[in-house]
Write a protein that binds this ligand. Structure first.
Ligand code: ATP
Length: 522
């Protein structure tokens, strides 16, 4: 066994720099390109390159398996992006899918008013956290965090200010009192983060749905919307799936697919896009049992995230103060992106709002006959909804590291979870002659049915290792002259950089073990 152990530390760039690095790395290694770049791009629309499309597909698959294959009572669906326009009247999107926008008169920049206030609140939270950390260091083991939070005047003040701001915002949004939102921004002295200007316009509501038309002639064309969420395709198919699949409550319907939102502000790469993909699951339950399932799905979804090993400290729950028109409980799973903790996934108890609304607007019953209770009812719904692109960003940004090795050299490594890595192994002949490329080709032919593997013969092997490290490939398989003699190769592990000498026959087992869904998901 050839084992070479390096010790290294990660050079963590500051958050802004780290985010810029993620964006340029994503482009350089074929993960993400700006849409129609040769025409200067289209704001907040992105294309996934040769590596990105594989990573995205693997994240989708990881989600799909955990939802559909691992739950006997959850089935899939693939509904159309275009839906009858009344769908969006019933769902409330035509009347209420708005964001409050505000413009800065000096910088001419547009902001979401609620996000300005939330960012302000987050800063207060960070100040409080800093005080708590300082005290934790000072008092050591005897530190009582709960007592400190409730008695330290500075921390109490920060947290009170934060809660007051969020509660008032929630109340004003609830009452559609946009004047008060503007007043609150002024009272909190919130400024344009880039210019410091406090010269704000009034706050206005802005509907986020993209309109389009169905039909050829102008007079008979029907006004449609591109779906702003995949969930409604599930609701309108509730009875189709329930009856054809003989589903019994509780059961779920899962789907992944594109959604479109004309976002007011879309400045954070693929975090907020105008065309994006969602992975949603609607779980239909007995009325009155929704809170039990809401808690179940909160825990189950957090565990799914933790299974990928991106670090427990990078997740937190945020319970909603202001509930959407359809919900009686809602929480976000927030992730520590390079620009701070932000929503990655939402878990919502949507009550019977959607199915009842579709019953009303369509005139068709959307009910379930519960044989145990011997009654018909409109089920309640608990939804889990995650943005595939946001998940992609979470994985990519968390995995990108600069490392300084013990010998003083450095490397960039994309330590993607092996199960998600676009390419599982690169097969490298040590030299381009002596029959080594042919053996490498044979190894690829053995593996290609089960794994995405690539061949790389250009440059010295050390450079090829670095290239595969930066591309996120977990294994490099090197064919050298010894291979010809005894049928063994070197397997190099991306994260530890350790190398093992193994037989060609055992490569399959190594790869299989590292990407066994059973090990990752259980
Ligand atoms: P936000 O508050 O960030 O606008 P939201 O609460 O409107 O998000 P939901 O309607 O709950 O989001 O959508 C579910 C998930 O879809 C979100 O948790 C997020 O991961 C993803 N998502 C929503 N909007 C976008 C977007 N514009 N770009 C990328 N992903 C998005």
């Amino acid at each position: 066994m050839l084992s070479q152990r390096f010790f290294y530390f990660c050079a963590m760039a500051n958050n802004d720099d780290q985010f810029k690095k993620v964006i340029s790395h994503a482009k350089e290694y074929g993960y993400i390109f700006g849409s129609s770049e040769i025409y200067d791009g289209l704001s907040a629309v992105y294309d996934y390159g040769q590596q990105g499309v594989e990573l995205k597909k693997n994240i989708r698959e990881y989600w799909w398996r955990s939802m559909v294959h691992m739950h006997q009572n959850i089935v899939g669906l693939d509904s159309a992006i275009l839906m009858h326009p009344t769908t969006w009247k019933a769902s409330g999107h035509v009347d209420a899918f708005n964001d409050p926008l505000i413009d800065n008169k000096d910088s001419k920049k547009r902001f979401r008013a609620d996000v300005l206030i939330e960012d302000y609140a987050e800063k207060l939270q960070q100040k409080a956290d800093k005080e708590i950390e300082k005290a934790r260091k000072r008092f050591g083991d005897s530190f009582d965090e709960q007592q400190f939070i409730t008695t330290n005047p500075r921390v109490v003040r920060y947290l009170e200010q934060k809660n007051e701001a969020l509660t008032r915002m929630a109340r004003s949004l609830e009452n559609e009192d946009l004047q008060d939102i503007k007043k609150l921004i002024e009272e909190l002295e919130i400024a344009d983060p880039d210019t410091g200007s406090r010269n704000w316009t009034e706050v206005r509501q802005f509907n986020l749905m993209f309109g389009t038309k169905l039909g050829a002639s102008a007079d008979s064309a029907m006004d449609l919307y591109l779906r702003p969420e995949t969930a409604q395709g599930i609701f309108v198919n509730f009875l189709n799936v329930q009856k054809s699949g003989r589903m019994k409550i509780p059961f779920g319907i899962a789907q992944t697919g594109k959604a479109f939102r004309n976002e007011i502000v879309a400045r954070q790469f693929i975090f907020r896009m105008r065309e994006f993909e969602q992975m949603e699951m609607q779980f239909f339950v007995r009325p009155g049992e929704e809170m039990k399932w809401y808690e179940y799905w909160k825990e189950t979804r957090l565990n799914w995230h933790l299974s990928l090993g991106l670090g427990e400290e990078n997740y937190r729950f945020h319970d909603h103060e202001k509930l959407a028109h359809y919900a009686n409980a809602a929480a976000d799973i927030e992730f520590n992106f390079p620009f701070g903790f932000k929503e990655l996934e939402g878990i919502h108890s949507r009550t019977d709002f959607d199915l009842k609304a579709h019953e009303k607007y369509s005139g068709k019953k959307l009910q379930f006959f519960d044989p145990e209770l011997n009654e018909n009812y409109v089920p309640y719904v608990v939804e889990t909804s995650i943005g595939l692109d946001r998940m992609f960003l979470a994985v990519l940004s968390n995995s990108l590291k600069d490392e300084t090795l013990e010998d003083g050299s450095s490397r960039t490594v994309l330590s993607l979870p092996a199960i998600l890595a676009p390419v599982k192994a690169a097969v490298l002949p040590l030299v381009k002659k002596d029959g080594l490329p042919e053996i490498a080709g044979e190894i690829i032919d053995r593996l290609k049915f089960d794994y995405n593997v690539v061949y790389d013969e250009k440059d010295a092997v050390g450079r090829r290792y670095r290239r595969q490290d930066a591309a996120g490939t977990p294994y490099c398989i090197t064919v050298d002259h010894q291979t010809k003699e005894d049928g063994t190769v070197t397997v190099r592990h991306r994260d530890s950089m350790e190398q093992d000498r193994v037989s060609i026959e055992s490569i399959d087992k190594i790869l299989r073990n590292s990407i066994a869904y059973g090990d990752w998901l259980s």
